[in-house]
Design a protein around this ligand. Structure first.
Ligand code: SAH
Length: 204
């Protein structure tokens, strides 16, 4: 079933071999609520805890391909959720720092990572809007929830040459890739429309 899912994702335009290999390898059904696990290899999002969703495999593959991850890249992920995207980044041999703001999901996914032997460098309970300044700068930053705008604090935590992949907009989002060209210059590319659960800010 995973091979078929990888073929389907490839037919939708994903070419990166390592990304497709991750989809063929990672047991998505284990990242999902047992009531949905029979559907795990459909190319669809599903509910997880705390009213959140595990992203559609195509979307995970699309964002990961845009991110252009290399082994040993220091990658910040905002919105751990089920941990599936985290597992894809780990498969690409990135050093992953990941943040989740829903306590219930944080606890559940933290136990799951331990049980499965997935080892992000850091798994933080907190507000991803702020990034992780004490670990910055990052080679790559990926946001897996819809942001009303690009958080300035995340831009500040990118290395020069680093890339941020983030869906931006209310309701629907446009997938953006922002590349830091110098201390002060950022280039922005847009890659079509997606729909994510919202990136929520802790106002304190
Ligand atoms: N990549 C995950 C996507 C989960 S949905 C997966 O495929 O399972 C997006 C996640 O972002 C949710 O778990 C939500 O709680 C989290 N989130 C939303 N706003 C956040 C914020 N400010 N900081 C960290 N996580 C946030």
């Amino acid at each position: 079933m995973r091979n078929q899912l990888a073929e389907l994702v490839a037919s939708k335009g994903i070419h990166n071999k390592k990304v497709l290999e991750a989809i063929r390898t990672i047991p998505r059904h284990l990242f999902m609520d047992s009531s949905f696990e029979d559907h795990a290899y459909q190319d669809k999002p599903f509910p997880i805890a705390a009213d959140q969703t595990i992203s559609q495999p195509y979307t995970v593959a699309f964002q990961t391909e845009l991110l252009e991850v290399e082994p040993d890249h220091k990658v910040l992920e905002i919105g751990t959720g089920s941990g599936y995207q985290t597992a894809v980044l780990l498969h690409l041999r990135a050093k992953v720092y990941t943040i989740e703001r829903q306590r219930e999901l944080f606890k559940k996914t933290n136990l799951f990572f331990k049980k499965m032997g997935y080892r992000p460098k850091k798994f933080v309970f907190g507000d991803g809007y702020k990034g992780l300044p004490e670990q910055a700068p990052f080679d790559r930053i990926i946001v897996t929830a819809g942001a009303p705008e690009v958080p300035k604090k995340l831009l500040a935590q990118l290395k020069v040459g680093g890339k941020l992949v983030i869906p931006v907009g209310e309701g629907d989002q446009e997938m953006l890739r922002i590349t830091r060209k110098s201390d002060t210059e950022f280039a922005r590319e847009a890659f079509g429309t997606f729909r994510f659960v919202p990136l929520l800010e802790n106002k304190n």
